[in-house]
Design a protein around this ligand. Sequence first.
Ligand SMILES: O=P(O)(O)OC[C@H]1O[C@](O)(CO)[C@@H](O)[C@@H]1O
Length: 245
Amino acid sequence: MKIIEVKDYNEMSLKAAEYIIEKVINNPRIKLGLATGGTPVGTYKNLIADHRKNGTSYQHVTTFNLDEYIGLSGDNQNSYRYFMNEQLFNHIDVHESKTFIPSGIVKDMQAECLYYDDLIEKHGGIDLQLLGIGQNGHIGFNEPGTSFRSNTHVVQLAPSTIQANARFFNNIEEVPTKAITMGIASILRSKEILLLVSGESKNDAMFKLLNGELTENFPASALKKHPYVTIIADKAAVADLKLPC
Ligand SMILES: O=P(O)(O)OC[C@H]1O[C@](O)(CO)[C@@H](O)[C@@H]1O
């Protein structure tokens, strides 16, 4: 794992955007794996600013998001489809038909899970997967205890995740308790992974990621098995941690 330490959230967001832009310029047909949550918002802002200023085009780019809440349709303001439209897709020239997010409202969720992994595979796989990390080490919505062999699946969200994500809802009761997420194996099939980590609240997760063992009790530790992982972490996230040189 390569670790890039930066000053703060803004620098992390800028560096991450530069990283992605370079990949898009080098491969205009790139398949990007995208994430939601607070962490990538600044990165998306920088991608939009660059698109407006320098004209980086996403016309031929295909995107796959990690996860979606069960029960929320795309026009629900708390759905991840809505989030992605608002935070990125509506502001760049990506084709809507090339932006994929698992559906949280179809009747047959098992079929949707199989379909999503299949869809990614049919597109030749994800070239670059952007990730955030939960305080409990979740990646996507893969909570502690998730099998490293998991493909896209339906999950029961951990109380700590519901609590952490309640800030986006009117009250905690509105936070869905289930989600559909790419599994750990689905994520690890990406050719390259870019993990963003910011803030003191992620310090403990960073410590476990760098110093802890490979264990399904800490989902992000699966990233140790991947040959091409870059982490961009800010000072608060790595404070007092010994970083490998
Ligand atoms: O970026 P945040 O809001 O801290 O969330 C961390 C992770 O948890 C999730 O919100 C749950 O999937 C991810 O989207 C995100 O990467």
